[in-house]
Design a protein around this ligand. Structure first.
Ligand code: ARG
Length: 457
């Protein structure tokens, strides 16, 4: 295809340069946004008297036809085109003739692509937030079913203090809630129109930037034309937000992988979300969780790609910026897939509550509660802590635990012990007396569930 800029050049482009320069193989996914942006631009050109209203209408109709044909498959994208913007404009001119050539009045591909990517990310952010809400809904359902399922909480992967499986799920819910909110803030910074920035110095035509923004349901227009065409902060922020989503999913995946090992055996994954081994007939592997953990690295790679691509480019547009797309598309595709599969995986898992309680019973996770009991009897915490520590050592040596230790043995360690100690070290009590705001008690878990649900609407 002859190049648009043939007039200025005396030689045709080198074939490999053409391929190297082209972005159509990946930016064709912007076709809807490109057409929507062009429809808004042409409408504005007509209303501002920059082109005839009839011409604007012809352009809008032509673009509508291209959209329909691309959606239906009647029109296929030419892999030889330089990018989606050139392709749409070329098809338009072919279809409606010279009027098509008026579309690019008062516009550059630089502000055009900046608009398209903002519109595209706006849509994707909406979809990602919807997927996160599904995940949050699933988490609150699991939390509700397991609000009283006592289990050990860990620090250093050593049994620490009793919590419930419900409380555990809600810790992750908080992370995904923050992710959802963060994405909402990024949406707000993304949904601003750069159109009218032109190549970098805006334009001399009497355009109406606010009208274009309004037609596209955007919340405003960018403030500086040079920033308008070269800002990709919203895109970098999005990949960062997705990196953090992946961090959360990856930590959770690590727990899932541990929990379905025979050593923990806290959960069982549904067969539909597990895989077998080609050689070991007994195996049931948590591949989904492992892949989510593995794909986290990919998204971090995308973040590094965009930050590195941006860090050395002078104002305003430079072709380096074309590299933003594959990175952000990959981050979006990967994160969406992971959120969706992870949600289905945990939504179908079985929580082994008896086994959770067994693990909670074996590790002296009520030792702090034993110390707190003595504190309530008047002993300073540091002294109580030592008594409880000596009791743990005694129990380990004698292969017993706080729940089974006879009262006279307790009293050998401190005369402050009485029958009330059994009530104090009872695991359900240990959990339910942690009524502090944000704690694991039944009521606190229920309050957290209600809060998360109210936020996801
Ligand atoms: N394909 C280009 C990109 O993705 C579009 C903008 C091209 N602008 C230019 N001045 N060459 O960034």
């Amino acid at each position: 295809m002859a190049k648009l800029w043939d007039a200025r050049f005396s030689k045709a482009e080198n074939g490999r340069v053409n391929d190297f320069n082209s972005s159509i193989s990946f930016d064709s996914r912007l076709f809807r946004e490109d057409i929507a942006g062009s429809i808004a631009h042409a409408t504005m050109l007509g209303r501002c008297g920059i082109i005839e209203v009839a011409e604007a209408e012809k352009i809008v109709d032509g673009l509508g036809g291209i959209l329909r044909d691309l959606e239906s498959g009647a029109l296929t994208i030419d892999p030889e085109a330089e990018d989606i913007h050139m392709f749409v404009e070329e098809v338009l001119t072919k279809r409606i003739g010279d009027t098509g050539k008026r579309l690019h009045t008062a516009r550059s591909r630089n502000d055009q692509v900046a608009l398209d990517i903002r519109l595209y990310l706006r849509r994707e952010i909406g979809e990602i937030r919807a997927l996160l809400k599904e995940l949050l809904k699933t988490l609150t359902d699991i939390a509700e079913q397991n609000a009283d399922a006592v289990m050990p909480g860990y620090t250093h992967l050593q049994r620490a203090q009793p919590v419930t499986f419900g409380h555990y799920m809600l810790a992750y819910a908080q992370m995904f809630l923050r992710d959802t909110e963060r994405l909402g803030q990024i949406y707000d910074r993304t949904n601003i129109s750069p159109l009218g920035s032109g190549a970098l110095a805006s334009t001399t035509y009497p355009i109406d930037r606010a009208l274009v923004a309004e037609l596209l349901a955007m919340d405003g227009v960018t403030e500086n034309s040079m920033d308008g065409v070269s800002d990709r902060d919203f895109l970098a922020e999005l990949i960062f937000a997705l990196s953090l989503v992946m961090t959360h999913l990856s930590r959770f995946s690590e727990e899932i992988i541990l929990w379905c090992s025979s050593e923990f055996s806290f959960i069982e994954l549904d067969d539909a979300f597990s895989t077998g081994s080609s050689i070991m007939p007994q195996k049931k592997n948590p591949d989904i969780a492992e892949l989510v953990r593995g794909k986290t690295g990919r998204v971090y790679g995308d973040l590094t790609t965009i930050l590195t691509a941006l860090k050395g480019i002078p104002l305003a547009y430079n072709k380096d910026m074309q590299e933003d797309k594959e990175a952000v598309f990959d981050a979006i595709d990967t994160a969406k897939l992971c959120i969706e599969l992870f949600t289905a995986m945990i939504g179908s898992m079985t929580v082994k509550t008896a086994r959770l309680r067994e693990a909670a019973s074996g590790g002296f996770i009520n030792a702090t509660d034993c110390a707190d009991y003595l504190v309530k009897k008047g002993l300073p915490f540091r002294d109580a802590y030592r008594v409880s520590g000596r009791l743990v050592a005694y129990c380990i040596e004698n292969k017993t635990d706080f729940e089974s230790l006879p009262l006279d043995v307790y009293r050998n360690f401190s005369p402050l012990f009485d029958e009330g100690i059994y009530d104090a070290v009872n695991l359900d009590n240990c959990v339910n007396r942690r009524t502090v705001y944000g704690g694991p008690s039944h009521d606190s878990v229920m309050r957290q569930i209600a809060l998360v649900r109210s936020k996801i609407g």
